[in-house]
Design a binder for this molecule. Structure first.
Ligand SMILES: *Cc1c(COP(=O)(O)O)cnc(C)c1O
Length: 370
């Protein structure tokens, strides 16, 4: 997608915030516990390679991504740290992974058998076995399957049994009953494991922030690095996270809308009196959702309502008074002591901040500060 570099709309990424959010969590970890930074989905919309650079400076010892292509992008950019692909990669790419020293997530012996046919002789593929303790997404279902998989790996020098892990579905909730249930299932799996591989990991951000993590020696730290509370507003983070992403634009058109005149598609908004209206160059094609009609932005520390439908590339706001074209508008972030957080945007859309952050499209220019 073409990046809008000649448009005054940009995502601003505060690099020092990401650094702080990683370094602080790292300092809280028990000795010997490593932090792999999760940079999937273009670093949750913050920029894959840029976030990886900051994370490396902050002392992470590996990366997690969702898909093989993200791992390959990191390798092409010159990163040499371990990389784990958290999703299932098709077995035909086993050799491509091995040749780039990218670790694969595996949830069945079938996958291993299939992959073994693609691995050329001198290549060895590092494997992390995924255990399904209750997430119900990917991974071995029963301890007996795990026992057989380890036995299989022990016989096949093409594979390096590098890690074992699980993923919690409710580590971000005050009610810990289901989390405990998953812990119990984890323990049943671990009971059949003949030895511990190099990495044993169960923690996403939420687990690392709020739970004692099953004796693991690595965490998969994701959303909290970007300054976002994994629980939304349910639980308090043990240290102040610094949000890294803000979104700014400028007014490109300002007019007086006369009483009785309407705004945008469907004419869903009609001025009840004469009022000042500004047009902003951002719309749902940028990932600023159409559902945000009626929400607000910040102009000089004042909340201004989004009036009429959000268009693909533009939207309109009602101003308290006349402002000149070119006035800066804060769509997400802080302005004169007032804030619109990604959480606020997500609440209005009926979703979570994860979806808003990674939903911003590539048309938005990313600018890195600090
Ligand atoms: C995305 C993901 C993470 C990171 O989760 P956060 O909530 O962003 O910390 C960790 N582990 C797995 C398996 C994931 O898919």
């Amino acid at each position: 997608m073409t990046i809008g570099i000649h448009r005054p709309t940009q995502l601003i990424i505060d690099q020092s915030a990401i650094y702080h959010n990683i370094a602080t969590e790292k300092s809280r970890l028990k000795p010997g516990v490593e932090l792999f930074q999760v940079v999937k989905a273009d670093g949750y919309g913050h920029g894959l390679v840029q976030v990886a650079k900051i994370a490396e400076k902050a002392g992470v010892t590996g990366f997690c991504v969702a898909i093989l292509d993200e791992a390959l992008t990191l390798r092409e950019a010159g990163f040499n740290l371990p990389i784990l692909v958290l999703g299932i990669t098709e077995p035909q790419y086993a050799d491509l992974m091995a040749s780039h020293h990218i670790s694969a997530t595996v949830g069945s012996i079938d996958w291993l058998e299939e992959a073994s046919r693609y691995l050329i002789e001198e290549h060895r593929l590092a494997i992390h076995l995924a255990l399904d303790t209750g997430m119900g997404r990917i991974g071995f279902q029963h301890p007996e399957e795990l026992r057989q998989a380890v036995q299989y790996l022990d016989q096949k020098p093409q594979f390096n049994f590098e890690g074992i892990f699980t993923h919690f579905s409710k580590a971000d909730a005050a009610d810990t009953a289901y989390f405990q249930h998953q812990i119990d299932r984890w323990k049943a799996f671990m009971a059949v494991l003949p030895y511990r591989p190099k990495y044993v990991h169960v923690s996403n951000s939420a687990t690392s922030l709020w739970h004692d993590a099953c004796n693991g020696n690595m965490i998969r730290y994701g959303v909290a690095a970007y300054g976002l509370n994994p629980s939304g507003t349910e639980l308090t983070v043990p240290f102040p996270l610094q949000p890294a992403m803000s979104l700014k634009t400028k007014m490109v058109f300002v007019k007086k809308l006369l009483k009785g005149y309407s705004v945008s598609y469907g004419a869903t908004y009609t001025a009840q009196e004469d009022e000042w209206v500004a047009t902003l160059p951002i719309g749902y094609a940028d990932g600023y959702e159409r559902r945000l009609q009626g929400f607000h932005v910040l102009v000089n520390g004042e909340f201004c309502e989004i009036i009429g439908r959000v268009c693909m590339d533009q939207l309109m706001i009602r101003l308290p008074r006349q402002f000149p074209v070119g006035t800066v508008v804060t769509v997400v972030g802080e302005d004169h002591g007032k804030t619109i957080s990604l959480q606020d945007v997500a609440d209005y859309c009926g979703t979570i901040h994860y979806e808003i952050a990674c939903g911003f499209t590539q048309r938005l220019k990313r600018t890195y500060i600090n």
